[in-house]
Write a protein that binds this ligand. Structure first.
Ligand code: NAP
Length: 339
């Protein structure tokens, strides 16, 4: 019987995940039934939301059960097919989880088009993170010409797209990133108008100087001390798409410093529009437009992105743990098998 390798959730983390929370297992691949396909997984996407799936706290999606395969989206090559839409050799995208091989219902996978951009872009700039930026900006951020748009985690797949979309709309893009290398990349390669290092002791002052006209759109990816620096700079009627709060996912920054009164007061006094969202809410209405408009811009290099590719499924836990501390530099992917 053919076997595959997978990574399961061994235990739920308390605070930051550790390697002990994961376990590598070999498993028997089931027989492929009518309507199913067999896949060899080529790339696995590692994303911050996976920290939420490791916890059993109530959320918008069900947790991964203990001993269950870690959830995740992958690109795979069809090896066997008993579904009329797929044939061996097809490259598809689906939620197989953290594994080397999978048997999956054909209805749960999709062909994809990168418009000539590299395959991996289907998990980043032209995949879920890129779409998150696109939908959050279009529906909630609504940048206008001359606005100042601020985004943190600016070198990552969501933040890098947010800033470049802001510039395409004629706005001024100010990035926040951790460390000199990421800041240089955001300014020099991505073309943001200004960038501020949130690890600097003068971060709040640096941000104020980088935003002399205040902030009209703050695309929230981080929370914590970044929110503290942003809040006083938000202009009346500023829009705040609340996309993620990665600084709080490990339970740090969440308690101890109560931001509620200051935040609510600013929302009231400055008529802020703060709106949380999960990208799946906007797929039906906006995904096709995203592909048509953004695909060619990514393929032509007008919209740029960076990837951080780790080799081998066994290295996924360490890479994932590092991402929650800002150790990734660009869209984090695992090369599970050679193409
Ligand atoms: N709402 C949705 O549907 C949706 C969909 C996709 C993603 N998201 C969210 O969007 C955000 C960005 O996702 P991504 O995939 O683009 O991630 P990413 O940028 O590839 O990785 C996360 C980055 O967050 C920054 N970070 C981590 N801990 C931090 C801390 N304590 N303080 C400040 N910055 C910290 C680090 O960048 P620096 O080193 O530059 O600080 C790190 O590289 C996340 O919050 C994610 O959960 C939401």
């Amino acid at each position: 019987m053919a076997t595959g390798k997978r990574i399961v959730l061994a235990s739920r983390p308390q605070g930051a995940p550790t390697l002990d929370n994961f376990r590598v297992e070999t498993f028997d691949l089931p027989e492929i039934k009518e309507g199913e396909v067999g896949l060899r997984v080529i790339y696995l996407s590692l994303d911050p939301y996976m920290r939420g799936r490791m916890s059993d706290a109530k959320s918008y999606a069900a947790p991964v059960p203990v001993d269950g395969t870690m959830e995740g989206e992958t690109i795979g090559e069809v090896t066997h097919s008993r579904h009329s839409d797929f044939k061996p050799g097809d490259m598809v995208r689906g939620r197989t989880g953290w594994c080397t091989d999978a048997v999956i219902k054909g209805d749960a996978i999709r062909h994809f088009d990168t418009h000539g951009a590299p395959l991996t872009s289907a998990l980043g700039a032209l995949g879920m993170p890129g779409f998150t930026a696109y939908a959050g900006m279009k529906v909630i951020g609504q940048p206008q010409e001359g606005n100042t748009v601020v985004v943190a985690a600016a070198s990552g797949p969501v933040g890098s797209m947010v800033g470049q979309l802001a510039r395409l709309a004629g706005a001024r893009a100010v990035g926040i990133a951790g460390g000199a290398d990421k800041c240089a990349y955001v300014r020099d390669e991505l073309g943001f108008d200004a960038v501020v290092d949130h690890r600097s002791g003068t971060f709040a002052d640096d941000l104020r100087l980088a935003c002399p006209d205040g902030i009209d759109v703050y695309f929230e990816n981080v929370g914590g001390h970044v929110w503290d620096a942003v809040l006083p700079l938000l202009n009346p009627y500023a829009r705040v798409p609340v996309c993620g709060l990665v600084a709080t996912y490990n339970g740090e920054n969440a308690a101890g410093h109560d931001r509620l009164a200051g935040t609510m007061s600013a929302i009231l006094r400055r008529s802020l529009r703060v709106r949380g969202f999960i990208q799946s809410e906007f797929v039906g209405e906006h995904y096709a437009d995203f592909q048509t408009k953004i695909g060619p811009l990514v393929a032509s290099g007008k919209i740029r992105y960076r990837e951080d590719i780790v080799d081998g499924l066994d290295n996924a836990p360490e890479a994932f743990i590092g991402m929650l501390k800002g150790r990734n530099f660009g869209k984090l992917l695992v090369r599970v098998k050679e193409l």
